[in-house]
Design a protein around this ligand. Structure first.
Ligand SMILES: C[S@@+](CC[C@H](N)C(=O)[O-])C[C@H]1O[C@@H](n2cnc3c(N)ncnc32)[C@H](O)[C@@H]1O
Length: 216
């Protein structure tokens, strides 16, 4: 990574230039896609029911969760699971259309939804569990350290982090977008046929382990 790339993400409020444009387009994409997300996201497909059951069991092994922060909650596929064993859930996402679906799915009083851009958001309090699914792969690699510093700032003493994301095998069904300020793909919204760029980093579990190990 060159110093100019690192410079594009050295502080939350200073994501700059071309990278800023890519991150903004990623939000526009998820806002446009919110209505079809649940029908098309793989974890809802019956073929992946076993995988989902395994993830739910791994998550439930951490219950009770205490105060939970969910980053990039989307339509709430995981918010609903978190709400079952949490004293309170704060779920943040930039796509208000997805948050509206999340609210219909999880009507509980102890679930608070926040519309915010995670590249500009700061935690108002600390949490016992920080959770994110299908989000880390949308964080540009040059923001990796800054992002994990945010996660650390969100955690209460003894707090835990639970991360779900896709394996590199999904690259086979993505349309890679060359020449972008971060690894990216072209995604189409099925309803409109419109195409958008989104950041997509294909981490292997080993790469993640070693990058996180380096952060301590
Ligand atoms: C792949 S979806 C994951 C949603 C949910 N966590 C799940 O597992 O179904 C990625 C989510 O990131 C959100 N997102 C994208 N850019 C964001 C940003 N800068 N700040 C907050 N949320 C963002 C999108 O709106 C979308 O809901």
């Amino acid at each position: 990574m060159g110093s100019s790339e690192r410079g594009a993400c050295h502080h939350w409020l200073m994501v700059e230039g071309a990278l800023e444009g890519l991150l903004a387009e990623q939000i526009v994409y998820y806002r446009a896609r919110a209505g079809e997300y649940d029908a098309t996201y793989p974890l809802d497909a019956s073929a992946d029911a076993d995988a989902r059951a395994e993830l739910v069991a791994a998550l439930e092994a951490l219950a009770p969760y205490g105060r939970v922060l969910e980053l990039a909650c989307g339509t709430g596929q995981w918010t609903v699971e978190l709400a079952r064993h949490a004293t309170a859930v704060t779920a943040v996402d930039a796509a208000r259309e997805a948050l509206a679906i999340c609210r219909r799915r999880v009507e509980a009083d102890h679930v608070h939804l926040v519309e915010a851009d995670l590249f500009a958001w700061r935690p108002p309090e600390r949490y016992d569990l920080v959770f994110f699914s299908a989000w880390l792969s949308h964080v540009p690699p040059q923001c990796f350290e800054v992002f994990w510093a945010l996660v650390a700032d969100c955690l209460a003493p003894g707090g835990r982090v639970f991360v779900i994301d896709e394996l590199p095998a999904v690259a086979a069904v993505e349309h890679l977008a060359p020449g972008q300020p971060a690894p990216a793909v072209h995604r189409e919204v099925q309803g409109s046929g419109d195409s958008y760029r989104a950041v997509k980093v294909f981490y292997t579990p080993n790469e993640l382990r070693s990058r996180l190990g380096a952060l301590g």
